[in-house]
Design a protein around this ligand. Structure first.
Ligand code: NAP
Length: 462
């Protein structure tokens, strides 16, 4: 089909990344019937869906139902999936840009932020993002070894990833076995010696980044009591003022009510515990060969221009522990040939148009975490993608983006020439069917394949 807007064949769009941002971008493109789009979605892994597959906690299966919506998009006649292709290795960013009329960068934020403290790299200290990827069966992390033979683990950070890893460390075997947690992680977690998880926030309960259901869930664990020192939910002047200001939102206020209720509970008889300890910043991780303890600065809060900041009181505390999970946020990385803001870990952009030296870089767009940073829930990417695709369609309407001399088969040809084995959507369907059938006898939603070779092998049976 040719298209009046472009005066030529379809507009060929490459979307790099098949997580929520990539799928919402594809959906938004197909919502423009006046423009004839062809969408090739490229992913580093043979499997689509990004953090919905490799990030969402396995005990939150309902969140993964959003995949049904992405499957609908993948069913569009003008959609193709190219998995197992690393842009920057199998094909460069420049090559990709020359094969398509536009590229939408949607590859998220896969690295982790560093604390920059002594002992951070000791064995036993890990980025929570790696732990998450491991229990979710991400092939890059399948061989990781997390030593869970200690009794106390410390989780640094007060976001939903911290809540997820704290919960996963404490789930009983039967609850793990009803999920799609990687087999190796189920064994390790079910046999773990961890009895106590201490979750540290550098600010107070009123500023915690958890969403409210995640806080409540920590108070409802089958085998673990929640512990919050009642003194910690007594607010100082900075937090009082914060909660009354416009800087606080409904979640901050709801969380405060939940923390207060949880802190007032009598300690029950469950053997394990999760403690939320606020106003604590890690200053060093100690240990001779591996993690043995963590030293914490005790903070107080100050209100500076409506922002509540932690400041060190000089007081120190030491917590003995054998495992530290640093859950202080994901970080985006750059791709050679594409502008990148290393301080913020994002591709600089204006409403989704990639900027090079503050000027739009023709034919390049960005969505999701690599556009705005690692914030928000899955649905946040819908609005984010809508903004970017609106900018793209505006560029089409105003003649800044037109169908060029691109070829429907160019990428396939290039990959074949280079001997790059890649996986199409039918290949993913074959992986999916195999994983689901492997789970069925055990009453599990699926048993994931976690080795790259096994995934690619399964995809060959499409
Ligand atoms: P996040 O929500 O940004 O939380 C990061 C936490 O790390 C904050 O508590 C932050 O404290 C703390 N932090 C940052 N730097 C620190 C430092 N140097 N020392 C001590 N603490 C530090 O990030 P996330 O938990 O990685 O989650 C990423 C996004 O995914 C979030 O939007 C989250 O809601 C979402 N997510 C959602 C779900 C779900 O819906 N169930 C599950 C997982 C993730 P400050 O506030 O003081 O900066």
């Amino acid at each position: 089909m040719s298209d009046a807007t472009t005066g030529a064949g379809p507009l060929r769009i490459a979307i790099v990344g098949s997580g929520p941002a990539g799928f919402y971008a594809a959906e938004a493109l197909f919502a423009h019937p006046e423009i004839d789009f062809e969408v090739d979605m490229i992913d580093r892994l043979p499997t689509p869906f990004g953090l919905v597959r490799a990030g969402v906690a396995p005990d939150h299966p309902k969140i993964k139902n959003v995949i049904r919506r992405y499957e609908k998009t993948a069913g569009h006649e003008a959609y193709r999936f190219f998995g197992n292709i690393t842009v920057g290795e199998a094909v460069s960013a420049e090559e990709l840009a020359s094969l398509y009329d536009a590229v939408v960068w949607a590859y998220g934020a896969s690295a982790d932020r560093k604390l920059g403290i002594e002992g951070e790299d000791l064995p036993g200290s890990h980025a929570a993002t790696e732990f998450v990827a491991w229990y979710n069966g991400h092939p890059d992390f399948a061989d990781r070894d997390f030593d869970l033979s200690c009794e106390r683990a410390v989780v640094i950070g007060n976001g939903n990833v911290a809540a997820d890893v704290a919960r996963m460390l404490l789930l009983p075997r039967d609850e793990l076995e009803s999920t799609d947690t990687a087999d190796i992680a189920i064994e390790a977690l079910a046999n773990s010696s961890i009895k106590e998880v201490v979750v540290l926030g550098r600010r107070g309960p009123a500023q915690a980044a958890f969403t409210n259901p995640e806080v409540r869930e920590l108070g409802e664990l089958t085998d673990a009591e929640i512990v919050i020192d009642p003194a910690q939910v007594e607010l100082g002047p900075a937090s009082e003022a914060f909660l009354e200001s416009d800087a606080a939102d409904a979640t901050n206020r709801k969380n405060m009510a939940t923390f207060t209720e949880l802190a007032g509970r009598d300690r029950g008889a469950k053997e394990k515990s999760v403690e939320l300890r606020f106003l604590r910043s890690p200053v060093a991780i100690g240990g001779a060969e591996r993690v043995e303890s963590i030293e914490l600065a005790v903070n107080e809060l100050q209100l500076v221009d409506d922002a509540v900041r932690p400041t060190d009181t000089g007081e120190r505390e030491t917590v003995e522990c054998g495992l530290v999970l640093r859950s202080i946020g994901y970080l985006g990385t750059g791709i050679d040939g594409i502008p990148y803001d290393s301080r913020r870990g994002v591709i600089p952009n204006d409403s989704g148009r990639v900027l090079d030296d503050d000027e739009p870089l023709a034919g390049h767009y960005v969505v999701g975490w690599i556009k705005r940073g690692p914030s928000g829930v899955i649905g946040t990417n819908k609005k984010d993608a809508a903004e970017t695709i609106e900018a793209l369609c505006e560029d089409v309407a105003e003649g800044r983006l037109t169908a060029g001399d691109t070829d429907h088969d160019a990428l396939e040809r290039l990959l074949t020439e280079r001997g790059v084995e890649h996986v199409h959507y039918d290949g993913w369907r074959a992986i999916d069917a195999l994983e689901v059938s492997r789970g069925e006898p055990f009453g599990r939603p699926r048993r994931k394949l976690t080795a790259l070779e096994d995934l690619v092998d399964a995809a060959r049976n499409d």
